[in-house]
Write a protein that binds this ligand. Structure first.
Ligand SMILES: CC(C)(COP(=O)(O)OP(=O)(O)OC[C@H]1O[C@@H](n2cnc3c(N)ncnc32)[C@H](O)[C@@H]1OP(=O)(O)O)[C@@H](O)C(=O)NCCC(=O)NCCS
Length: 229
């Protein structure tokens, strides 16, 4: 018997069918199921498993979110975050370095930025607003903790289909102009994130040709003059 009904709800949708809660240790297998379904092209070494999710809950429990499906009684989507001090002049680090090989050992309590390690919506649940719920919960966490904002290395998963025709910078530029639609980056840009730069060899995933796109969402509670990193 799960304990979801007793957990604080961070967001909900569709008359309460979907609720965003902080992930729980007993959800580790469900989180792993979502992870494997969401990242079919990612190298095995970079995928998170049950042990990683358990560890994240010890490191930074309030940064771990799950979308729970009250109808099917399962995890439908999840996100993983940690706090870091980010030097925006030197942002181009590989994924595994930033996340301590998926252990979140790099988490800095009191760090200035929320760093998005992961977001995944199980394919059966896409285009129902679940990532929008998760981005909202993460942005709310940024505001509640008084952080500078939310950053992440987005995976431009549509680039593989365009790589023969244009370099990555052209692709990202055209996605930002909404001339091209990327299954990941376009969703993030529509949720208020903006492109800071491109990271070669971000991770081992052919669908994005191993690139990451460093994206930034600034905390609107922080005045412009204080925002300069
Ligand atoms: C990228 C990803 C997280 C998006 O998740 P999602 O839950 O499908 O996203 P949402 O449903 O919130 O929004 C996507 C689209 O669905 C549609 N949508 C949103 N809410 C909707 C609703 N209630 N009803 C119908 N359609 C809706 C919108 O068209 C939206 O597009 P928009 O950006 O133009 O508004 C998901 O595709 C995924 O898990 N991909 C694989 C893992 C991955 O690559 N993660 C990112 C690593 S950086």
């Amino acid at each position: 018997m799960n304990e979801v009904s007793a957990l604080p709800i961070h967001a909900s949708a569709q008359n309460g069918r979907f609720v965003v809660v902080n992930s729980q240790p007993w959800m580790a297998d469900g989180l792993t199921r979502v992870q494997r379904a969401c990242f079919p092209d990612l190298s095995e070494a970079e995928l998170m498993g049950p042990g990683h999710f358990q560890q994240h809950l010890q490191v930074f429990p309030e940064g771990q979110f799950a979308v729970w499906d009250n109808d099917q009684q399962c995890v439908a989507a999840s996100s993983t975050d940690l706090c870091l001090n980010i030097d925006l002049a030197h942002y181009a680090h590989p994924y595994m370095q930033e996340v301590g090989d998926n252990t979140l050992s790099t988490h800095v309590p009191g760090g200035e930025w929320l760093y998005g390690a992961d977001i995944g919506v199980h394919p059966e649940y896409r285009s129902q607003g679940l990532s929008t719920l998760l981005y909202g919960a993460r942005q709310h966490l940024v505001r509640r903790l008084g952080l500078k904002g939310h950053v992440a290395g987005a995976m431009p998963k549509g680039y593989g289909a365009h790589a023969h025709a244009m370099p990555i910078e052209e692709y990202v530029y055209r996605v930002a102009l909404n001339e091209l639609k990327d299954p990941v980056l376009s969703v993030q840009l529509r949720r208020g994130y903006r492109v800071w730069g491109i990271i070669p060899d971000y991770l081992d995933d052919a669908s994005c040709r191993h690139y990451g796109v460093f994206i930034v969402w600034r905390n609107p509670d922080i005045g412009w003059s204080e925002r300069h990193a």
